[in-house]
Design a protein around this ligand. Structure first.
Ligand SMILES: Nc1ncnc2c1ncn2[C@@H]1O[C@H](COP(=O)(O)OP(=O)(O)OP(=O)(O)O)[C@@H](O)[C@H]1O
Ligand SMILES: [Mg+2]
Length: 460
């Protein structure tokens, strides 16, 4: 993996890192992304400029003392996020006027709609950035990978661009525009289907631009998509686990033509040893084959089935599955929806929904055999409608009449099937999702609002 990455790094444009250049330490550390499942962490903290906790103030002072010169360029205001790999601070950019600020979306909007006097006044107001202090325990390869991909994505729609990066001794910080957003936990329960359409219009816009560059984000989840429901606008952040598609690929049967795959399955040792009518096969006593290795980085609960099954040719569609898990969360009003201890547990969670038959089929698709002796799993699983009705307390019992789904909600569930499609080749792409009626309705809904904006602009 390290070799493949090194190659792609050489081909790419160099990322400008202030202070001393990051030295080539590839040989010293490799990017081991098959580590432990990551926590669903990264809580969004209210970023108000007012009172901050004493411990946060002390942390800020420690950071300023250790990162010489940072306080000349930025006034650190608050700690706004703590993830697995970094701490993120809100800061005021003290040198804003000395640089080109093409990244500043608000300023661009501002220029479009206001008079020159207004603009002069506006540029005097503070400009905020998010400073991501990457933990020194992260490998240099991982840090370089994140900065390089962010650099390549800087003109991408709905992706939070990298403004700059600094290094002081072993500490690297990435500077990003501060994006005002709300904590997912505060709004996902109250979203109407119209709100859901707008959220996904924004998320798929980001994923379309990332996927167009053949980059997998790998960690799509609510804390990595900063969304502002009032503006119906969001940005994708955290490219710490992202990778170029094709990195470390090895042949997986899922990419073979269907007839070839079928004949391989029929002739496999597993099929030969299968006893007729019994859904189990015998195992070799001493299995000398080395176990399969595949990148399984991501957050538990959001990993696509092919990631859990260790497909060795994963592609950008894994991000669409994760988007599906977000949609399921919104429709079921349950967060986190999946809550597994490990990957086997996660596979069983999927089995309880999709049934044993589908899990067996998709495992074979990737050249794996799925078997379970847990009797409670059914062969065909349950429909997503049923799961959502059950999660939202709308299933029939003796006393209560069953409450049906409305047409809009049914439409959302049909769209959910396109995202939570277990076969990655059949799963909808971000590009096609933006053309799907479920999402295009979001454009129709907001067209009226755009007319309003136009009228306000013309009057000023
Ligand atoms: N540009 C930004 N504007 C505002 N807040 C941000 C920005 N970037 C990051 N944050 C906040 O910091 C949190 C952590 O950021 P990020 O996901 O990049 O770090 P991480 O350490 O890789 O996180 P995790 O381990 O949770 O995936 C985000 O969830 C968000 O709340
Ligand atoms: Mg994150």
């Amino acid at each position: 993996m390290a070799k493949a990455r090194a190659q792609s790094h050489r081909q790419a444009e160099q990322v400008l890192v202030h202070e001393d250049d990051v030295k080539d330490e590839e040989e010293a550390q490799t990017l081991d992304e098959s580590g432990d499942p990551l926590e669903e962490s990264g809580r969004t903290v209210d970023s108000s400029d007012e009172e901050i906790e004493e411990s946060v103030a002390e942390d800020i002072i420690r950071f300023e003392d250790s990162f010489v010169g940072i306080d000349k360029r930025y006034r650190l205001i608050n700690r706004i996020g703590e993830g697995t790999f970094s701490t993120v601070y809100k800061a005021e950019d003290l040198e804003y006027d000395r640089f080109e600020n093409n990244w500043d979306l608000d300023e661009r909007e501002n220029k479009k709609w206001t008079s020159p006097q207004h603009r002069r006044r506006a540029s005097k107001r503070p400009h905020y950035v998010a400073i991501k202090k990457i933990y020194v325990t992260s490998s240099p390869m991982r840090i370089f990978n994140e900065l390089e991909l962010l650099h390549d994505l800087k003109y991408s729609d709905a992706v939070c661009p990298l403004i700059t990066a600094f290094r002081h001794l072993d500490q690297v910080v990435a500077v990003l525009p501060y994006f005002q957003h709300r904590d997912f936990r505060d709004y996902y329960r109250d979203m109407t289907i119209a709100d859901v359409r707008l959220y996904f219009r924004s998320l798929f816009t980001a994923l379309r631009s990332v996927h167009a560059q053949k980059i997998l984000h790998r960690d799509v989840k609510p804390t990595n998509f900063l969304y502002n429901p009032e503006q119906a606008r969001g940005v994708l952040v955290d490219f710490g686990l992202a990778e170029r598609q094709g990195t470390d690929w090895h042949n997986c049967p899922c990419t073979l033509p269907a007839n070839e795959r079928r004949s391989r399955i029929t002739n496999s040792v597993w099929a030969q040893t299968m006893q007729p009518g019994v859904q189990t096969s015998s195992y070799p006593k001493n299995d000398v084959r080395s176990s399969r290795r595949a990148n399984r980085a991501g957050t538990r609960g959001f990993r696509a089935p092919e990631v859990l099954i260790k497909c060795t040719q994963q592609n950008t569609s894994i991000d669409m599955w994760a988007a599906g898990v977000i949609l399921l969360t919104m429709l079921s009003r349950r967060f986190p929806f999946f809550h597994s201890a490990d990957d086997i547990d996660a596979l069983l969670e999927l089995t309880s929904i999709f049934g044993k038959k589908k899990m067996r089929d998709i495992s074979l698709l990737h050249g794996q055999v799925f078997e379970t002796n847990i009797p409670s799993y059914s062969d065909n699983g349950h429909s997503l409608e049923k799961i959502i009705l059950w999660c939202t307390g709308r299933t029939k019992d003796e006393k209560q009449k069953k409450i049906e789904m409305g047409d809009e909600e049914k439409e959302a569930v049909q769209f959910l099937y396109r995202l939570m499609e277990c076969d990655p080749a059949k799963r909808i792409t971000a590009e096609d999702a933006l053309r799907h009626p479920f999402i295009t309705k979001a454009f129709e809904d907001s067209e009226g609002d755009d007319d309003m904006v136009d009228l306000i602009g013309a009057e000023e």
